[in-house]
Design a protein around this ligand. Structure first.
Ligand code: AP5
Length: 212
């Protein structure tokens, strides 16, 4: 299965793609996770992208396309993968189209998850993550322990640098000005489906399974 989960920040792309990854035994390919890992390991890529990500701005297309080209040729991607947070611009969508041809990949399904902005802002203001293993904590799905220590790995629980109110609003602006038009690229190719993400995680997941 070759799937793109598309949508604004905080609609649940990461949450749902992790579940789909376990269900179908194919990897979740998240450009955001790859970039955060590069920052954590203080690699050259990490120092290149850190300040942009903290400001909520997009990383240049050529950097993202090169990351994706390498990642999807790794052995675990040979039977399919789930793209989470990519493509986010028309040049990225076109770059993906070229990669599909070059690597002889079958057509992708592209599913948009949509959620009203005010719900997104609330979800992201409440989100905490483990600084070590990345486990997601939030009041509804997985409340943070009182001692702020991750129950999975003992790491400290923190807010993501780009989850401040001001940066979330900027990420949403960027989504509407630079990413939302990727929809029409896929719609024109008959590759677009859409589900309501403003319900509980299991209901959203069941809708995804029905579509897939
Ligand atoms: P990225 O990591 O991709 O962030 P994002 O798209 O802003 O997505 P989020 O991780 O915030 O949200 P999500 O939709 O995955 O929702 P989640 O499941 O986590 O990108 C970060 C940055 O990296 C970008 O700003 C940019 O700088 C750079 N970047 C990445 N990709 C790039 C690209 N292709 N091009 C250029 N730059 C790029 O859920 C959010 C919260 O809601 C969680 O706490 C979760 O538990 C909760 N939640 C989920 N579902 C539900 C539900 N149904 N009900 C209640 N709560 C829910």
């Amino acid at each position: 299965m070759y799937l793109i989960l598309f949508g604004a920040p905080g609609v649940g792309k990461g949450t749902q793609s992790k579940r789909l990854s376990r269900e179908f035994g194919i990897p979740q390919v998240s450009t955001g996770d790859m970039l955060r890992q590069a920052i954590k390991t203080e690699s050259e890529l990490g120092s290149q992208v850190k300040s942009r990500m903290e400001r909520g701005e997009l990383v240049p297309d050529e950097v993202i396309l090169s990351l994706i080209e390498q990642r999807i040729q790794e052995p675990d991607c040979s039977k399919g993968f789930i793209l989470d947070g990519f493509p986010r611009t028309i040049p990225q969508a076109e770059g993906l189209g070229q990669l599909m041809q070059k690597l002889s990949l079958p057509a992708f399904r592209c599913i948009e998850i949509y959620v009203p902005d005010e719900i997104i802002i609330r979800r992201l203001s409440e989100r905490k993550i483990c600084s070590s293993c990345g486990t997601d904590y939030n009041p509804i799905l997985n409340p943070e322990p009182a001692d702020h220590i991750c129950i999975k790995c003992g790491g400290s629980i923190i807010s993501r640098n780009d989850d401040t109110d001001q940066t979330v609003r900027k990420r949403l602006d960027i989504y509407y000005s630079q990413t939302a038009n990727v929809k029409s690229y896929f719609q024109q190719r008959g590759m677009w489906e859409r589900i309501d993400g403003n319900r509980n995680v299991n209901e959203v997941y069941n809708d995804l399974l029905k579509l897939i």
